[in-house]
Design a protein around this ligand. Structure first.
Ligand SMILES: Nc1nc2c(ncn2[C@@H]2O[C@H](COP(=O)(O)OP(=O)(O)OP(=O)(O)O)[C@@H](O)[C@H]2O)c(=O)[nH]1
Ligand SMILES: [Mg+2]
Length: 451
């Protein structure tokens, strides 16, 4: 292992930036930069000097973390220098001149993983914390960093090993009719594992949405008040609003946190017979978003019955949830009949954007529609938040199912047991106990430099 260095903080104007250095050369690099060694794990104020010219580079706070008690498990140095566009670059150049090379994406965390400081699920949790944009996503990632999911996977792996152990007698004494463990007990143990995998897999749909945000598409006729609603939910004027129908032509997307849950809100072009090429394309884009929506907010002005076309549209929507939003309620008499009940599965919400009416209720409705279970439960349960986790769990599941089928067919126990071992391998890859190079490359390529 060579010694790597990178700026770990984001670029731009800031009071402080951090340069991280990790690898066996760190003690030598410290001597070269500061002229002496540093006390372990104690931040000290020093002048950082360029090792070639001996010029002052910056006044910094430095901490030496001797191996193995550091983030990566290696010798590490953390330099807190002044922020901004120049100081951190100069500090980094000095570190390079002292003998470190530039770190690659995620290389610090990769080393931490390789040195057993964290497992692959924890490494992914760190990525989620840094990329996180909602309180719920943050909570889930912290739980994962705390090994919530790792422990569940380890328990499953142990259960598989116990299940395999139950077969030992049958393997050693194949002639006996009935050993101390009945075939039924073995099948029960395998079914128990299956049940536990299923309970984890059940969290996958919501877990992935917690990490990525639920797709909420705002649709409706031109001028229905879609962009106004979009802006109100974003809390900023993102989309253009005019009294002219056909204002929005392209989809406008924003990631927002509503009551602590992540949503990807999309404002779309009004649905009607297009008047021109641009509008036609805009409507096609809207339809494409609609096909992938988790929730559709269908906007129609309050106080008027829905048109045939609108009703047809609502019936044709394939999303899990569709909420009819009655817009511009300030323009109608409060007691005016809202018109015939629509086919919206999740009822209707009456809003007025200038008056701020109904927005809280709409937020509640969105959270309930997507994150129902999570919003109400206070208990922390591990969530399956990535496609990769779901894939490994399904692989494990199918091996256990094959094991049960093999037992039904009275396949030789040592042969049936290979399925249990294969299930174990899937779980080990999920944890990163075994990790093929391409898997590691994929996980760590998502990181940024300095992490
Ligand atoms: N009084 C009142 N006017 C509103 C409300 N919401 C929107 N409007 C007005 O309705 C007009 C159309 O609003 P938009 O938000 O641009 O409607 P849209 O559905 O995005 O329209 P297109 O992009 O053309 O499809 C604008 O003049 C808004 O100011 C509301 O709650 N109350
Ligand atoms: Mg619009």
């Amino acid at each position: 292992m060579d010694t790597i260095a990178a700026i770990s903080t984001a670029p731009g104007r800031a009071a402080v930036a951090v340069v991280r250095v990790s690898g066996p050369e760190v003690p030598v690099i410290i001597e070269r930069l500061f002229g002496s060694s540093l006390p372990p794990r104690e931040p000290v104020l020093r002048w950082l000097r360029d090792p070639e010219s001996d010029d002052k580079v910056d006044q910094v706070l430095v901490t030496h973390f001797p191996a193995p008690r550091s983030y990566t498990g290696e010798e590490m140095l953390e330099i807190s220098c002044h922020g901004g566009s120049l100081a951190p670059q100069l500090a980094l150049s000095a570190v390079h001149a002292a003998g470190a090379r530039q770190a690659e994406r995620g290389e610090f965390t990769r080393r931490a993983y390789l040195n057993g400081k964290l497992d692959l699920l924890q490494a992914e949790a760190i990525l989620d914390i840094v990329d996180g944009r909602s309180a719920a996503g943050h909570r889930a990632a912290l739980h994962q960093l705390d090994r919530g999911l790792s422990r569940r996977i380890e328990e499953l792996r142990e259960a598989l090993v116990r299940c395999e152990a139950l077969l030992v007698y049958e393997i050693d004494f194949p002639e006996e009719d009935e050993g101390p463990v009945s075939p039924e007990a073995v099948a029960d143990a395998a079914r128990d594992v299956l049940g536990r995998i299923d309970r984890l897999l059940e969290t996958a749909a919501q877990g992935e949405l917690v990490r990525e945000g639920a797709l909420v598409v705002i649709a409706g006729r031109p001028n229905a008040g879609k962009s106004s609603l979009f802006n109100a939910l974003c809390g900023v004027e993102r989309a253009i609003v005019t009294e002219e129908p056909g204002t929005t032509r392209d989809a406008v997307e924003a990631v927002v946190s509503l009551d602590g849950f992540p949503f990807r809100l999309v404002d779309t072009a009004g649905l009607r017979e297009a008047r021109g090429t641009v509008e036609r394309i805009g409507i096609e884009v809207a339809r494409r978003y609609l096909a992938n929506a988790d929730v559709v907010l269908f906007c129609a002005e309050a106080g008027r019955p829905l048109t045939e076309e609108e009703r047809g549209f609502i019936e044709g929507v394939d999303a899990d949830s569709i909420v009819l939003v009655r817009t511009k309620s300030d323009l109608v008499d409060r007691d005016a009949p809202a018109g015939p009940a629509p086919g919206a599965r999740d009822g209707e919400v009456i809003v007025s954007t200038p008056k701020g009416v109904g927005l809280g209720q709409l937020r509640d409705r969105l959270v309930a529609a997507v994150f129902a279970g999570l919003a109400s439960s206070r208990v922390e349960t591990p969530l399956v938040t990535r496609e990769r986790h779901g894939r490994e769990l399904r692989r494990a599941r199918s091996e256990v199912t094959d094991f049960l089928a093999a037992r039904e067919r009275r396949v030789a126990p040592e042969v049936a047991a290979t399925h249990l071992r294969a299930a174990g391998v899937a779980l080990e890859e999920m944890l990163g106990v075994i990790a093929p190079d391409d898997l590691l490359a994929r996980v760590f390529s998502e990181f940024c430099i300095g992490k």
